[in-house]
Design a protein around this ligand. Sequence first.
Ligand code: PLP
Length: 406
Amino acid sequence: MAGRNFLFVPGPTNVPDRVLRAMVVSMEDHRSPVFPELARACLNGLKPVFKTTTGTPLIFPSSGTGCWEAALSNCLNPGDKVLIARFGQFSHLWADMCIRMGFDTEILETPWGEGAPVDRYLAALSADKQHRIKAVLVCHNETATGVTSDLHAVRQAMNSIKHPALLFVDSVSGLGSVDFRMDDWGVDICVSGSQKGLMLPAGLGVTCVSQKALEIAKSATSRRCYFDYRDMVNSNAGGYFPYTPALPMLYGLRESLAMIAEEGLENIFQRHTYLAGGVRAAVFEGWKLTLCAAAPRWYSDTVSAVMVPEGINAAEVIARAFKRYNLALGAGLSKVAGKLFRIGHLGDLNELMLLGALAGAEMAMLDVGVKIEPGSGVAAAQTFWRANSSVAASKPAASTQAGLAA
Ligand code: PLP
């Protein structure tokens, strides 16, 4: 098909040219005396992204799922109790992993479209007088439903009753795009991946571990080998990895961290809020449709899950967008399959890129019979952005900077 592919799934996201170029490297010896320079740039460069000075970032050649497993296997003993809310496919998969790894898993069933139920976390922890719950698991940004949760409130709930459990957070589709504060929010393990806000291909599991969690990992008895934090921390101390690292990805990560530092994390968050506002204007004001996210306080600035009207199969919208317009939209997963399509708006992107996605979604919806006004979403997004343009004017988007630097 002529023309470029428009990648608007909520990860993998578009990789900036500057990062792509940085990854075109010859292989080199990962035990050489100069290698630690690269490793340290990546590991230290991740600290501000996690907003930590006391936590330890770790990079596994895996994806986010590997870091879920690492969190569970490093810090828990066999059969330990964990508490997790399930409100989308990714919180479901993490809960499922807990069960499959043999942990006693208390699941707070929550409607898909809502975020972490802080009051129910508090109630479950308050009822746990013996402190049997060893880890509280929360999905920061549920990519399946486009819902962001209030992590700080979960930590405050834990602190209010002095519950000693560890706080494990999945910020696979939040980190580097929306605010996340490892230290301020008392997060013990944050799990993320390379292919979303970090603007890299998939292939790195990126995680950060608190001192408390690292201490517990020293004596936790769950079996692990490849994902053992202790081996990783020991090797990283010298600037190396316990096994062959994904070298081009590390070069890419160093570059993407430089881009993040140049744009500034707070500017990046603002850009995501501003761009997401345009998408939401398209959905609500233009198309007169709804989001899966049930209330504004849960709206995600990285992904919007758009509900299609009764009688329309969202899978047809997605198929039409892909086959006819070369636009990749995210599918509805499991419970919400066929009911919604997702627009990813995270990573390296700006208004015009998003307008392409909105126009493509609009045309695909019209083609399969959704009754919307042609141009209505695109117009509503433009109107929103024009009214809020002072927000975006503060700093050019990452891609623009890449262009200037090139
Ligand atoms: N958690 C969330 C919120 C995700 O969006 C994803 C993937 O999209 C995962 C976990 C799984 O991560 P990965 O596919 O990198 O293993």
